[in-house]
Design a protein around this ligand. Structure first.
Ligand code: DON
Length: 274
């Protein structure tokens, strides 16, 4: 709290003016939202203390403070301490028309951070894809109920959607992407863009994407999404949130004896044709 106040020049404000009380209130709101999410007995849970008191984190945490305007605890939740997403996707199509679409994942950053002794590979943390409790979101914000509850021998729900679309019984579009819950919606958009909107696979991959996953009830859009469309959607009553890149979609398209390969411009992905 002290650091966040300092970052917004609290000491230039006076004792118990509306200005200083407002800033301190907004600082307290954010600290308590973090307490609710991240704090507990550190013999049992990993409390991200280093991050929570770091200048970088706190600068971001207080960056949406608007002087003179009350925040609210519906919009201001705990700060996101990002668990980076560790999935990769690749497609292969050979000269005989054999196609492979592979999505593979550790889920979170270094998976469960556990290396199998002697084998040298990491174990994933896919357990997060189960619904731990009805209504409690996982790291992708996905909520679930009993159908995806943890049980012995049961597989967790996955969003991974490696896809091969056939035409005349031959692979036509081979597509996939990482991106947690944004995977199915990215594949859906890419296919609609190519098939219904007659876009090139390059444009279908590289144009800005959007995503809705029921809860939270908002449309996530990439930052270069058409501003006019955003305003029109807001006028319809949608909540729009701008977020970082959605997926890294790879496509191989085989049409009229021409193979088109596309690697998403969002990452350092690469494509090779023959
Ligand atoms: O199977 C799933 O739905 C998740 N474990 C996928 C995670 C993922 O895509 C992370 N990477 N971008």
């Amino acid at each position: 709290m002290l650091k966040m106040g300092e970052m917004k020049n609290l000491s230039d404000m006076k004792f118990e003016t509306a200005q200083s009380v407002q800033l301190m209130t907004e600082v307290e709101r954010r600290a308590y939202a973090d307490r609710a999410k991240y704090l507990g007995d550190d013999d049992f849970v990993k409390v991200p203390v280093k991050t929570l008191v770091s200048d970088d984190y706190l600068k971001k945490r207080i960056s949406d403070f608007v002087p003179g305007k009350a925040g609210n605890s519906v919009d201001i939740k705990e700060g996101i301490i990002p668990e980076s997403e560790e999935t990769t996707h690749f497609d292969v199509l050979d000269k005989d028309g054999n196609a492979v679409s592979v999505t593979t994942t550790l889920n979170g950053w270094f998976g469960s951070r556990t290396v199998v002794a002697g084998a040298g590979f990491l174990l994933n943390n896919e357990m997060d894809d189960f619904s731990v409790k009805p209504g409690v979101p996982n790291m992708y914000g996905a909520v679930g109920q009993e159908a995806n509850a943890i049980a012995p021998g049961k597989r967790m729900l996955s969003s991974m959607t490696p896809t091969i679309v056939l035409k005349n019984n031959m692979p036509w579009i081979v597509v996939g992407t990482p991106g947690g819950t944004t995977i199915p919606t990215s594949i859906y958009q890419t296919l609609v863009d190519i098939i219904d909107f007659h876009m090139t696979p390059q444009d279908a991959v590289n144009f800005p994407k959007f995503h809705h996953q029921w809860l939270p009830d908002e449309i996530f859009v990439e930052k270069d999404f058409d501003k006019k469309v955003i305003e029109e959607l807001k006028a319809m009553g949608y909540k729009i949130s701008i977020r970082d890149a959605i997926g890294r979609t790879e496509v191989i398209m085989s049409q009229d004896k021409t193979i088109t390969v596309v690697a998403d411009h969002r990452g350092d992905d690469a494509a090779a044709g023959y």
